[in-house]
Design a protein around this ligand. Structure first.
Ligand SMILES: *[C@@H]1O[C@H](CO)[C@@H](O)[C@H](O)[C@H]1NC(C)=O
Ligand SMILES: *[C@@H]1O[C@H](CO)[C@@H](O)[C@H](O)[C@H]1NC(C)=O
Length: 184
């Protein structure tokens, strides 16, 4: 919602999609209906790129590795913390990384490096609640858009607090909503 409030064209598309899918289904929000919201899925993916809830990956080095251009060697067995936040905002992998651009995930655009996109980790220990997390978040966004208008605001970044491993915004995330008038 914080990002949508800064990108009126994107917000408009999400609202249109939500309204269309709900209108075609008697206003019922179901698992299947949420899956039909493909543009919302793009927005969710872009949100998870900019704000991977857990912004790091833990790994263990499997073989001695000399960091190119230095004499530093990471020895086999060394625990490593990788900044996922850094990878997700690296212009080499995601052009114009600060911009909220859900359409970068469209098959015809695909302007990013899919191997660099790991919002739920990768491999046998990736997040097991991935699907539930996404569905819950989509449901919340749909509910908010059904009941509230989102007020547009200027582009801004979240300031991240530094006392937690997770991404915790300093002072919370402020957006302005106004209750929709009920139309009968
Ligand atoms: C969104 O990201 C997930 C990986 O988290 C990927 O499987 C899915 O295909 C992506 N959806 C789109 C529409 O790009
Ligand atoms: C964490 O944030 C506090 C308050 O802004 C600041 O004083 C402190 O230097 C920061 N610590 C680090 C490690 O950046």
């Amino acid at each position: 919602i914080f990002e949508l409030a800064q990108y009126p064209e994107v917000l408009k598309k999400v609202i249109e999609e939500v309204n269309t899918v709900l209108a075609e289904n008697d206003g019922k929000i179901t698992y299947d209906n949420l899956k039909k919201m493909e543009y919302l899925e793009l927005c969710m993916n872009e949100t998870l790129r900019k704000y991977p809830g857990l912004p790091l990956l833990n790994r263990i080095c499997t073989q001695d590795y000399q960091i190119p251009g230095t004499d530093k060697v990471i020895e086999k067995g060394t625990p490593i913390v990788i900044s996922l936040y850094g990878i997700h905002r690296d212009p080499e992998h995601f052009p114009d990384p600060e911009t909220f651009d859900p359409e970068r995930f469209l098959p015809e655009n695909r302007n990013y490096n899919p191997n660099a996109y790991m919002p739920f980790g990768e491999g046998p220990r990736h997040c097991i609640a991935q699907r539930m997390g996404k569905i819950n978040s989509k449901l919340s966004v749909v509910k908010i858009l059904q009941n509230f208008n989102v007020e547009i605001m200027p582009r801004q970044d979240i300031e991240i607090d530094n006392h937690s491993i997770a991404i915790i915004p300093k002072g919370g995330i402020n957006v302005r909503l106004s209750k929709k008038q009920k139309t009968n």
